[in-house]
Design a protein around this ligand. Sequence first.
Ligand code: 3PY
Ligand code: MG
Length: 238
Amino acid sequence: MKTTTRIGSWIQIGHPAIAEIMANAGFDWLAVDTEHTDISMSQTTNLIRAMEPCLPFVRVRENDTLCIRQALDAGAEGVIVPLVNTADDARRAVAAAKYPPAGVRGHAFCRANNYGAGFDTYAANANNDTAVIVMIESKEAVDNISDILAVVGVDGAFIGPYDLSGSYGIPGETSHPLILDARDRVLEACKTAGKAAGIHVVIPRTEDIAKAKADGFTFIAIGGDTMFLNQAAREAAV
Ligand code: 3PY
Ligand code: MG
């Protein structure tokens, strides 16, 4: 994965029109959030189909072999794996995402290899071409960040500010000094490791987006479909 800044957003509504609208808005990448929604695997596949030319990512339901395999088989460019707290968690995510001998991903004819028509090429390149982004969402993960980033196959870390604030006992206080300090520690560790530094700017405030860019985050999610709809609808209704 390139380390130039890539701006993306989040999809929590499972209709392909959402993916078309978000893709046409000009994001570099979009992530289908299957962790906190009822979006099914078949909806995920249709969202991926509809979001071209955006790079498709899936925030998988959990750090689970089948969830990760199915997201990649559907054609995701990479997986965003929630709640990775230790190097062992990271190794489990990488193993699920990589074909043997690097991991345990199963080979099959699937959308990612054009239903078998591109099997050889995909099998030869997928381990290099698909990204594993681990979410840093707890104090434990922040304390383990160097070990997590040292895991071969982890392409970057992505901060989930809300879970992080919950883990520090201050849910929702994403601008609290403790959270900003944790954010900076993760960012510096990514820079040192030469891996993508990601963050979700959940509430898309201009100043927070500008700060994430200026600080050197390279993989930034801005808001999301439900956030944009909520904001616009409330503004329109006054
Ligand atoms: C969090 O803030 O915990 C997230 O998962 C954002 O995507
Ligand atoms: Mg989270």
